[in-house]
Design a binder for this molecule. Sequence first.
Ligand code: NAD
Length: 229
Amino acid sequence: MKHLVFFTGAGISAESGLRTFRDSDGLWEEYRIEDVATPEAWARDPALVLDFYNQRRSQTIAALPNAAHLAIAELEQHFEVDVVTQNIDDLHERAGSTSVLHLHGEIRKARSTKDPLLVTPINGRTLHIGDRCALGSQLRPHIVWFGEDVPMLGEAARIVARADVLVVVGSSLQVYPAAGLLQYAPPFCPIHVIDPNAVDVRSSRVIQWAEKASNGVPALAEQLKKENA
Ligand code: NAD
């Protein structure tokens, strides 16, 4: 069975109403990364950091998967499909994808500040100062902040290295080390890039689809199914 790997970014969830990162109306126009998404921000003002992620969690819970998430999930009927996502939302899972690796964490989970392996689901929308893990330490959002290691990177590279087809959806490929994953694609693996804006990928095997995810992903899914029939 052919192995498809989808590498997704904030753009795939834009049409579900979740704002991207770097577009002109993106989140970072309103917030400074260093105030809400770094270990230093957490040390300085944990209440502000919790509030920022509480808002993201509320918006995620209210959002629904769109046609792109659904098309990727449906492809599991025809192919082996892995999703490697930079997104912290759970829209791939709610669309039905069964193999989703989150490189940058998950908004609906918290983790201990004492033991990073102690991860728990957040019941409800908010995490507060005083919410503690089983070891008694403050819970923090289960998010990989800027300046922190990306523990799932090795596993993601192994997945990409086994791809027959790699599809990048809605990522500006500006955030490293995640964006560097493309270099692990095998030499003859085609790389499709679906994004309404030009993405700077210098490789002759990149096929650019200048489309929004909700059009481009279902169209590519139909093409892949026809080629595979
Ligand atoms: P980015 O904001 O840097 O890039 C988003 C890309 O999506 C851009 O290239 C833009 O042209 C494209 N895009 C916009 N609308 C689109 C659409 N309808 N269809 C397809 N593409 C569209 O995002 P990134 O590369 O994922 O940046 C990485 C960081 O953003 C990650 O660390 C991630 O954790 C964080 N993030 C996640 C979410 C989420 O979980 N939904 C939201 C915002 C930011």
